[in-house]
Design a binder for this molecule. Structure first.
Ligand code: NAD
Ligand code: UD1
Length: 336
């Protein structure tokens, strides 16, 4: 297949491109490089032996998108492009509505003009909101607690309405839980700008001595060890889920909302302990107050992905910790 990958130089998109190219698909990446480096392209080629086609463009640029679609027919789109920082979305909601909602709308309009009606969309477990009970099934109520989550839900709704209006549309909205880790080669991985917000990149930078200690946010949660529980998923497993979703859309029409998670909960201390054990390191840490807006426990019911896509995760928490650290060691300052 020939696949248009928006946001393909980003963290998850780059791993998906590796899996797509390895499976023999043709890949065209579009990305405005607002949160990624063009060096990713050489790295993808280093792993796969094939360099994907790349166009630097913003998905809000209608004319630029038309030129890409005019140049050759795509079988499907995987739409990763977007902005994703929860706190920033509270401070600057227009940036989120513009990139995520208007950007997606512009992309879907261009796709419709060119009869490309197969879409895999990067959604997030954040659409479920703070009160959903784990394991979370896809039919749980949605109640995003911040502008970022609302933009993801609005795009899902756009896609659902498109599918309801025209029987030719085939859409998988994949609700990711907590993607972590890196390609096992250590050649591509997550390269956050500035001080990381998320647990795994923070732990890696403490391990590397770039940050002095980890603050464990909350030690008084009603969980076995008092720290909060999440569903961490290896980014390579996640990337493979996108290929399975593309295959699924060959067989089925309409709108499909699917969780991508392991179905298992891991506490902050479980994560820390595993990271220390597999990498033979000590991570200095101290307990601090809960982070506002955090849930006690969020993990997926992964049954639908298994049933619809024939996909389940294969990589372990130890793999996530080992691969994240290998990437961090080989690329202490990211893609420079
Ligand atoms: P990322 O920032 O590494 O990748 C996103 C890419 O999109 C970047 O390369 C960025 O330059 C590009 N981009 C942003 N706005 C654009 C625009 N207007 N036009 C063109 N390109 C644009 O993030 P990621 O972690 O790889 O996330 C990919 C997708 O998955 C995002 O939509 C994100 O919301 C979603 N998601 C991520 C997570 C996570 O924890 N990483 C969890 C759930 C959902
Ligand atoms: C966050 C986002 C969520 C997004 C997800 C992507 C918030 C409120 N939520 O979720 O929308 O989809 O990232 O992966 O930002 N922790 C620490 N110390 C740290 C960092 C994190 O103890 O320095 C804890 C957190 O309190 C949480 C766990 O580690 O319990 C995971 O945190 P994080 O990686 O930020 O992910 P989420 O909070 O699940």
């Amino acid at each position: 297949m020939k696949i248009l990958v928006t946001g393909g130089t980003g963290y998850i998109g780059s791993h998906a491109c590796v899996e797509l190219l390895t499976a023999g698909h043709a890949v065209v990446i579009v990305d405005n490089l607002s949160n990624s480096s063009p060096r990713v392209l050489e790295r993808i080629a280093q792993i796969t032996g094939r360099q994907p086609a790349f166009h630097e463009l913003d998905v809000r640029d209608r004319a630029a998108l038309d030129r890409i679609f005019d140049a050759g027919k795509f079988d499907a789109i995987i739409h990763f492009a977007g902005v994703k920082a929860v706190a920033e979305s509270v401070a600057d909601p227009l940036k989120y509505y513009s990139n995520n909602v208007y950007g997606s709308l512009t992309l879907f309009e261009a796709a419709a003009r060119h009869d490309v009606t197969r879409v895999v969309f990067s959604s997030s477990a954040t659409v479920y909101g703070e009160t959903a009970r784990s394991p979370i099934r896809e039919d749980a109520a949605t109640a995003p607690a911040n502008p970022y989550g609302r933009t993801k839900l609005i795009v899902e709704q756009q896609l659902g309405d498109l599918c309801a209006a025209g029987s030719e549309w085939r859409v998988a909205a994949l609700r990711y839980f907590n993607p972590v880790g890196a390609h096992p080669s250590g050649i591509i991985g997550e390269a956050p700008q500035g001080v990381p917000n998320n647990l795994m990149p923070y732990v890696c930078q403490v391990a590397a001595g770039r940050l002095s200690e980890l603050s464990v946010f909350g030690h008084d949660y009603p969980t076995p060890d008092g720290t909060a529980i999440r569903d961490y998923i290896h980014v390579v497993d996640l990337a493979r889920g996108h290929l399975k979703a593309l295959e699924y859309l060959e067989r089925t029409r309409g709108m499909h909302v699917i969780n991508l998670g392991t179905g298992r909960g891991t506490s902050v201390l479980d994560m820390l302990g595993t990271f220390e054990r597999v990498n033979a390191l000590r991570i200095p840490h101290r307990f601090t107050a809960r982070r506002p807006g955090d849930t006690t426990e969020t993990y997926a019911d992964a049954a639908r992905a298994a049933q619809f896509l024939g996909w389940r995760t294969e990589l372990t928490l130890a793999d996530m910790c080992r691969d994240a650290w290998r990437w961090q060691q080989a690329n202490p300052a990211g893609y420079v």
